[in-house]
Design a protein around this ligand. Structure first.
Ligand SMILES: [Zn+2]
Length: 425
């Protein structure tokens, strides 16, 4: 047994935080929460009563390898940005670029308390290997466009090789977006996902243009599209963005197997708009949070997403009660984990995996933080720089400024070399 001693524990199922010891069994699960100082076992970290323990943050929609494209095509509309800047470069990336970008992203994520992410891209076996090596948890899908049987086969091969690996990887099918893949291919993907018991990760109604042309393009409205293609019946459906989700259709996605991933900063930066998150919550939709790729954010910082989400909807609705700090942390932890298919991840309770982050509360910004206000301090006052340790399955991936499982210097130097190649393309 390993013990994280004397920390102030909060997760989305608690009202007040409590001081306690977290006991982790040899398999990386949480076996028990005891009173502070009461647990016996090897002390892994002593929080000394000045450390917050939260569940690890879950980045529920990203493209990690786009860290290598950061800064390309700044401040363009989504379609111009994709078609003129991103797609031409992506056509020429090789497996080693993808791995370098994934490694780079993992440094940033674990240093900011992210323990799990959902990724859609290509050469995804590289991302899978990077996650396995780093120790992160991930839900992975191969982005599928057009009618490519080759890409679907790659996605299915990815599932054969990595789905369920070490209990940390889940593979989903990744139809890219309604405007990049024909409807009959989406129907085929939904059917295949059901046969193989796989989830689906899909970009969904990100821009107003996509919504406005939906009927003309697909012959039905968006809700009918979800129903008729079979997408609503797959194991897990992850709908990224949903900025232009018609509020009167939200009831249809208030289901245990469907999650909408809100990407507040990417939506603001690309000028896509304000997702109807208040209405999603009112309708009982499972909402998670994501950063999207580093080329449209440009950080992979879930603290930023929690804070931006909690602020922007209050401003938009002229109502300070909309999207509370507690809801923001819930979205960034258990809602994301369960939405991606990790059912025992996202809370600090016996029986859950030990995916935990420790936050230093000894600094000036946490004066006044106590059992009653942990999520509010984290969301409104805290920042990713306060993360002291990041733990997945009971293993320390990051501690006191150091990546334990990654060689930061080597990764930054390798990524810089590949980025220079990209700038030449
Ligand atoms: Zn995306």
């Amino acid at each position: 047994m390993a013990v994280i001693r004397n920390v102030l524990i909060w997760d989305a199922e608690r009202s007040d935080a409590e001081y306690g010891d977290i006991v982790i069994d040899g398999g990386g699960g949480i076996s028990e929460i005891t009173e502070a100082g009461a647990a016996s076992g090897e002390i892994m970290i002593d929080g000394r009563g000045r450390t917050i323990a939260l569940p690890g943050l879950v980045n529920s929609h990203t493209h990690v390898s786009m860290t290598l494209l950061r800064g390309l095509g700044e401040e363009l509309p989504l379609m111009d940005w994709l078609q003129k800047k991103i797609f031409p470069v992506e056509d020429r990336l090789r497996a080693e670029h993808i791995r370098a970008g994934a490694d780079l992203a993992m440094i940033e994520m674990i240093a900011g308390g992210v323990t799990c992410f959902a990724d859609m891209y290509y050469f995804m076996n590289e991302v899978a290997l990077a996650a396995l090596a780093t120790g992160m948890r991930a839900a992975l899908s191969r982005g599928l466009t057009g009618e490519s049987a080759r890409k679907l086969k790659e996605n299915l091969d990815l599932a054969d090789e990595f789905n369920g690996r070490e209990g940390r990887l889940i593979v989903q099918l990744g139809p890219h977006a309604p405007f990049t893949i024909p409807r009959r291919s989406v129907e085929n993907i939904a059917r295949t996902a059901k046969e193989k018991n796989l989830g689906v990760h899909f970009h969904w109604l990100e821009t107003k243009g996509e919504f406005d042309s939906f009927l003309a393009e697909h012959g039905t409205g968006p809700i009918e599209y979800l129903e008729q293609t079979g997408l609503l019946d797959v194991r897990e459906l992850i709908l990224a963005h949903g900025v232009w989700f018609p509020p009167d259709g939200l009831r249809a996605v208030a289901r245990d197997n469907v999650t909408v991933v809100h990407n507040p900063k990417s939506n603001l930066k690309l000028g896509s708009g304000y997702a109807p998150v208040r209405q999603m919550l009112e309708n009982g939709v499972n909402v998670a949070l994501g950063t999207d790729g580093a080329a449209s954010n440009n950080r992979l910082d879930m603290w930023d997403e929690m804070r931006t989400a909690a602020l922007m909807h209050k401003g938009y609705h002229l109502d300070p009660t909309v999207l509370s700090a507690r809801q923001a942390v819930r979205m960034a932890t258990v809602n994301g984990a369960s939405g991606l298919g990790f059912k025992n991840v996202g809370l600090i309770q016996a029986g859950y995996r030990a995916d935990i982050i420790l936050i230093d509360m000894s600094g000036p910004r946490y004066v006044g933080c106590n059992r009653t206000n942990v999520p509010e301090f984290v969301v409104y006052a805290g920042s990713s720089r306060d993360v002291r340790a990041t733990i997945v399955d009971g293993k320390i991936l990051y501690k006191d400024g150091e990546c334990v499982t990654l060689d930061e210097e080597e990764i930054v130097s390798r990524a810089s070399k590949y980025r220079a190649e990209i700038d030449e393309l």
